[in-house]
Ligand binder design. Structure first.
Ligand code: GLN
Ligand code: ZN
Length: 756
């Protein structure tokens, strides 16, 4: 049996690529220096996999920003406005990813979206009517050749034709259908060029096949591959899927001339049954995704080997693989110096997953693995009782009743009461919470963490920052203020660290988008709150101003979704535990005079099951009530806000309204305000602040631009329900651009109000 890895993380175990790229953006290093860092990371990653004896190692899984964007570039899908800047190849690429504002022009970045059900974000390629989709870039072959110089024969990976066409945005009159032929040719050219390089295997990633597929989509898939595949000769094609099962297209897939098919056995509930029911052809390789690419718990060898045994009995030629790219887990446990072995022994990050693949491969080849030491140790680990139970948590959860999920009186009445009580003007301006995390802010946290400064010094610094931040917001003229979140590294990690039941790591970074990485906490046991977490900061901030300051919390769904969840209890149970902990914090904030409380659910949309049929029963039916549980206990006059990143919730608007928040702010600027129509159609009741400018890019929006956006919003949203805010937190931005942008935002709101 052989082993395969779908893709490897690329930012580096110590986030080397992130730091190098950021230096490059600040013009502190040259293109060559950035490229050197990238090259050395690639070789490290290949060699690591080679060492572990991985048989199918990917290349072209490296990216300076995003692999979807890379695929677009390979096929020349570069909108004119970026080409016109006349920048170098690399800078044009970064202009698409991050926007560009400088001597050569002023363009926004392409839209960014969540990659299926992960916390990774891809760049949405834009296809223009007159675009020529043809093979353009060389990255794939350059990287293949580079690996070969290390004596490693890799399988280059690109996003497959179907997923690419499905995820692109078409900006003109034309649609997918109009580009089919060009795309078929482009992929044919790609295969031909791979043949010239004598590449043995190419991996086409087709995660879009795990979504619900209708007849039209099935036909599209067929037309694409019936067109592409005939050109292949010596080169073998692996059709790789992940994040679920391919129930709608399985029976077609196994009849098509792919040489290998990669299926996800971890998230693919039906994968095993599909093979049972419909068989798997003997002349193809099955790349069996059995090692979880998304979670950090060790693989239970017994379960995996049982499946491998069945596949073997069926005579299926199997390659043991990861369930998806290892991009979604951290690099290595080697740099974790604080967590004890008691915990670490249960985890496997990317490097350790390579070892799992290696061990499983060896065990699968044993005549009787049950007597093998490696196997026995793994069994012992899973038999062990973890110290993860808390009886009080269980008890409290059992006492929650239906009425704990309902806030009274109903929202329309609350809205009237709040308007009176809180003194908020029309078209109120606010921000999402965080302010720029400048060097000094980070240094203060690091120094405290390392024990270099006292708690008093640490807090004094933060309070000074908060006071400045409040003053700054007052000067700019914002209506509802925030404290700035200087004490937080990350909105989830911060709460994870403060709550019981979580473990946190030192270096377990996972890429979220571009150069941004997050360090998700690990939910180890039952979750509870020991003592107030945010109250002191919020109370201090409120003491600095007459205006309202929003308390700032992260909601249960997001905390769970951006953590590594337990695998021994249900997601529903974990979410409910966290909801009770956050409820305590909400009530404490209120008790201490905070009258507006924002509970961020940035990640609510992202864990929506990929298949519509699972949306309610497997997710929303408990995720939405969990949110209500956090705030149902507050007074009618206390205003509850929530914030969601990305406005792709057009089809779950009633569910969002059911969160029963008083106000929701969300990202809208990168998606052309499409959501506004749906809000109107659905008679959305919650007050809304669709972000008026994009904070994921350093670009400063002009007053006119914001006025224009607000006018569009006012044509769809009642005037007494509209809030004015950026589309997300400002922590990743620098001070000058933030000040300039917010000033323009407040000015725009003022101009609009004068005209009303
Ligand atoms: N309150 C958080 C912040 O402003 C929200 C961040 C987010 O939505 N990702 O940083
Ligand atoms: Zn956000």
């Amino acid at each position: 049996m052989q082993t395969s890895v779908i893709g490897f993380p690329r930012v580096g175990a110590l986030r080397e690529l992130k730091f190098a790229s950021e230096k490059y953006f600040r013009k502190e290093i040259t293109t060559e220096e950035l490229k050197d860092t990238a090259k050395s990371l690639r070789s490290t990653h290949w060699l690591k996999q080679k060492e572990a004896g991985i048989d199918y190692i990917s290349s072209n899984d490296f990216s300076y920003y995003d692999i979807m964007l890379d695929t677009a570039v390979i096929f020349g899908i570069v909108p004119k406005r970026y080409k016109k800047l006349g920048l170098s190849e690399l800078d044009t690429y970064f202009a698409m990813a991050r926007g560009y504002q400088g001597a050569m022009g002023d363009v926004k970045a392409l839209a960014m979206k969540k990659w299926f059900n992960t916390n990774y974000h891809y760049i949405v390629p834009e296809v223009e009517d007159d675009m020529q989709i043809t093979l353009s870039g060389n990255k794939l072959w350059d990287e293949y050749t580079e690996a070969k110089e290390f004596g490693i024969e890799t399988k280059p990976v690109v996003i497959g034709a179907y997923t690419l066409l499905k995820l692109c945005r078409y900006t003109g009159e034309k649609t997918v259908r109009d580009f089919e032929v060009a795309v078929i040719h482009a992929y044919q050219e790609l295969i031909k060029k791979c043949e010239e390089y004598e590449i043995a295997w190419i991996q086409f990633d087709e995660p879009a096949l795990v979504l619900d597929m209708n007849q039209e989509e099935l036909e599209l898939f067929h037309r694409l591959y019936d067109g592409i595949l005939p050109v292949k000769d010596k080169c073998s094609i692996l059709l790789q899927t992940y994040f679920g099962d391919v129930r709608d297209v399985y029976q077609d897939l196994i009849k098509m001339p792919f040489d290998g098919i990669g299926l996800d056995f971890v998230e693919g509930k039906e994968t095993y049954h599909l093979i049972e029911n419909h068989g798997f052809p003997k002349d193809k390789l099955l790349f069996a995704g059995l090692v979880n690419g998304k979670n950090i718990w060790k693989n239970h060898y017994k379960d995996t080997l049982q499946i491998l045994d069945v596949l073997k009995e069926k005579g299926i030629q199997t390659v043991l693989s990861t369930s998806c790219s290892l991009l979604h887990v951290p690099y290595t446990m080697e740099n974790e110096t604080v967590l004890s072995q008691e915990y670490l022994s249960h985890f496997a990050f990317a490097h350790e997953k390579l070892t799992e693949l290696k061990e499983l491969k060896q065990l699968a080849q044993c005549s009787d693995y049950s007597t093998d030491e490696t196997y026995k140790n793994n069994e012992k680990l899973f038999a062990e009782k973890r110290n993860c139970k808390n009886e009080d948590v269980k008890e409290r959860l059992s006492q929650v009743t239906e009425k704990d999920y309902i806030r009274l009186p109903k929202r329309s009445e609350r809205q009237k009461l709040q308007k009176k009580a809180l003194g908020i003007p029309e078209l109120p301006t606010t921000t999402i919470g965080s302010f720029p995390q400048t060097k000094d802010v980070k240094a203060n946290r690091t120094a405290y963490r390392k024990g270099e400064i006292s708690k008093e010094e640490y807090e004094a610094f933060n309070k000074k920052k908060i006071a400045e931040c409040i003053k700054w917001q007052e000067e700019i003229g914002l209506d509802v203020l925030v404290h700035g979140e200087y004490e937080r590294n990350d909105m989830v990690e911060y709460f994870g660290e403060a709550l019981g039941g979580f473990l946190f790591t030192e270096k377990a970074w996972v890429q979220s988008y571009g150069t941004r990485c997050v360090k998700p906490p690990i939910i180890w046991g039952d979750v509870y709150r020991e003592k107030p977490i945010t109250v002191e900061w919020s109370v201090f901030a409120q003491s600095q101003t007459e205006k309202q300051v929003k308390g700032m919390l992260t909601g249960p769904v997001t905390i769970l979704n951006w953590s590594f969840p337990r695998e021994d209890i249900s997601i529903k149970e974990s979410i409910s535990q966290i909801a009770l902990a956050i409820r305590d914090e909400v009530l404490d904030l209120e008790k201490n005079g905070i009258r507006i409380i924002q509970i961020d659910e940035a990640a609510l949309r992202e864990k929506l099951p990929l298949r519509k049929s699972d949306w309610y029963c497997e997710y929303l039916d408990f995720a939405i009530p969990a949110f209500r549980l956090t705030h149902s206990g507050v007074k009618p006059e206390t205003q509850i806000h929530t914030h969601m990143c990305y406005s792709e919730f057009t089809d779950i608007i009633p569910a969002i309204d059911n969160m029963d928040a008083d106000v929701i702010t969300f990202e809208a600027s990168r998606s052309d305000l499409q959501i506004l129509d749906s809000l109107k159609e659905n008679h959305f009741e919650t007050e809304v602040g669709p972000g008026v400018y994009d904070i994921h890019s350093p670009r400063v929006p002009s007053v006119e631009e914001i006025v224009k956006a607000l006018n569009v919003m006012l044509s769809k949203i009642d005037r007494d329900k509209l809030w004015v805010n950026p589309d997300c937190g400002l922590k990743t931005r620098d001070v000058p651009e933030t000040k300039a942008s917010l000033k323009n935002m407040v000015e725009a709101a003022k101009q609009i109000k004068e005209n009303l």
